[in-house]
Design a protein around this ligand. Structure first.
Ligand code: ATP
Length: 370
C-alpha cells in the first residue's frame, strides 16, 4: 500500500457509482418538543419545537454557537437534554422517563471530521455499523455502499491514504450502509475544498434521495442550505427563528437577523411619516410600523439599478469589483453615510468618478422595524 499520489483524488473524484443503486431506508419522522439544553451558564437550546417529516431533507442553519450541533447530538442520543422530548415516528426516545441509547434509535450520524477509525481498513470502517449481520452480508452491503460512492477499489486501503474528499465519501458510505431511517450530518461539506464541494454535495444529495432517509444537515452556509434542503430551519441563540422553503425564507424573512443571514443588504435608516417610510433614497411602504417609528430599509445589491445620469436618484460611481458573472459596484448617494452596493451585469452607464442615475427595484426591498 503506497502513499497517495497528489493527483489521485482528482482522478478518483470524477467517478461515482451508478445513480439509483443505493439501498433504500424506511424513513422515520423526527420530532423535538420543547427541547432545552443548558451547560452551566450557557443556554445552548431554549425550547426547540420542530418536526422533520419522513423522507424530508432539512438543513439546520445558523451562526456559530446557536445550538445546531447540540440539537443533532440530542437527536442521536449522544446527549440527554435538560428538558423536552425527542420522538421517532411519534414514539419517545428521549424524555422525562425514557432514554433510548444511540445504537437503538436507528439513526445514522456523520460528523464534520468524518470520525473514521484510523486502524481499520475502509471496508472495516463501513462494516462497523453492520456488526449485527453475518460477516458475508455485512461485507456485501458495505461493498455496495462503497461502490455507490465510487471507492470500492480502495476497500483495503486505510483512512490516512485517502484525501479529505475520499474520506468524506467513506463516511457517507458508512452512514448509509445500515439504512438508517434518520440520517444526521454535522457540517458534512465544510472540510472540503471549495471547488470539490459543489460536486460532492450534489452527488451526496442524490444518494440521500435514493436512500429516502429523513435527513438533517447542519450548516452555517446559507447558500448551501438553500441549494440542498427541502426546508431550511434557521436557529439563533438556541431557538428556531424561522422554518420554510429556501424561497420563503429568502423572500419573506421573519426579521432583520434572518434577512441579514441570507443577503448582504444595503441597510438604510428611515422613519415612518405620513404612512410611508422616508429615507434619503426615497419612500417605501411602511407595513405595520407605527407613525414616527424607526425602520431599516434593506435593499438587495441586485435591486440597485444604474441608469444614465440625469435619470432617477443622482449618484456617483466610486468603484467596481469584477466578480465573474457580475460586477460589484459602489455608488455614493447624497444623504447616505455609506455607499450603496450594486450587483451589475454588463456595461456601466458611466465611468468611475462620474455621475449615474440610481433606480431601486421595489421587489428587492424589505423593511423592518428597529
Ligand atoms: P458551530 O457552528 O460553531 O459548531 P453550533 O451552532 O453547532 O456551533 P453548539 O456546538 O450546539 O453550536 O453549541 C451551542 C452552545 O453551547 C455554544 O455556546 C457552546 O459553546 C455551548 N456548548 C456546546 N457543548 C458544550 C459542552 N459540552 N459544554 C459546555 N458548553 C457547550
Amino acid at each position: 500500500m503506497s502513499e497517495p499520489a497528489p493527483t489521485r483524488d482528482r482522478l478518483r473524484g470524477l467517478h461515482w457509482g451508478q445513480r439509483g443503486t443505493t439501498g433504500a431506508s424506511i424513513p422515520a419522522a423526527l420530532g423535538f418538543e420543547g427541547v432545552s439544553q443548558r451547560y452551566g451558564a450557557v443556554q445552548a437550546l431554549d425550547g426547540v419545537d420542530l418536526t422533520v417529516n419522513p423522507g424530508e431533507l432539512v438543513c439546520l442553519l445558523g451562526p456559530s454557537g446557536c445550538g445546531k450541533t447540540t440539537l443533532l447530538r440530542i437527536a442521536a442520543g449522544i446527549e440527554v437534554p435538560t428538558a423536552g422530548r425527542v420522538l421517532l415516528d411519534g414514539r419517545e426516545v428521549s424524555g422525562r422517563t425514557l432514554f433510548l441509547p444511540p445504537e437503538r434509535r436507528g439513526i445514522g450520524l456523520m460528523f464534520q471530521d468524518y470520525a473514521l477509525f484510523p486502524h481499520l481498513s475502509i471496508l472495516e470502517n463501513v462494516t462497523f455499523g453492520l456488526r449485527d449481520l453475518p460477516a458475508r452480508d455485512a461485507t456485501a452491503i458495505a461493498m455496495r455502499a462503497l461502490a455507490r460512492v465510487g471507492l470500492e477499489k480502495y476497500a483495503a486501503d486505510y483512512p490516512h491514504m485517502l484525501s479529505g474528499g475520499e474520506q468524506q465519501r467513506v463516511a457517507l458510505a458508512r452512514s448509509i450502509a445500515p439504512r438508517p431511517g434518520v440520517l444526521l450530518m454535522d457540517e458534512p461539506f465544510s472540510n472540503l475544498d471549495r471547488r470539490m464541494r459543489d460536486a460532492i454535495r450534489e452527488e451526496t444529495v442524490a444518494i440521500l434521495r435514493e436512500t429516502g432517509a429523513t435527513t438533517v444537515i447542519v450548516t452555517h452556509d446559507p447558500e448551501e442550505a438553500m441549494r440542498t434542503a427541502d426546508r431550511v430551519v434557521l436557529m439563533r441563540e438556541g431557538r428556531v427563528v424561522q422554518a420554510g422553503s429556501a424561497e420563503e425564507i429568502y423572500r419573506r424573512p421573519a426579521d432583520l437577523f434572518t434577512a441579514r443571514f441570507f443577503c448582504d443588504f444595503n441597510e438604510i435608516e428611515g422613519v415612518r411619516r405620513g404612512g410611508r417610510i422616508e429615507t434619503p433614497i426615497g419612500h417605501f411602504p411602511a407595513g405595520a410600523l407605527p407613525e414616527g417609528g424607526a425602520a431599516v430599509v434593506c435593499v438587495r445589491p441586485q435591486g440597485v439599478r444604474l441608469r444614465p445620469p440625469g435619470m432617477c436618484l443622482p449618484g456617483r460611481l466610486l468603484s467596481r469589483r469584477f466578480l465573474g458573472e457580475v460586477d460589484l459596484v459602489s455608488v455614493a448617494v447624497q444623504g447616505l453615510d455609506r455607499p450603496l452596493q450594486a450587483r451589475v451585469r454588463g456595461a456601466l452607464p458611466a465611468r468611475l468618478g462620474e455621475e449615474v442615475g440610481v433606480d431601486i427595484e421595489r421587489d428587492e426591498v424589505l423593511v423592518f422595524p428597529v
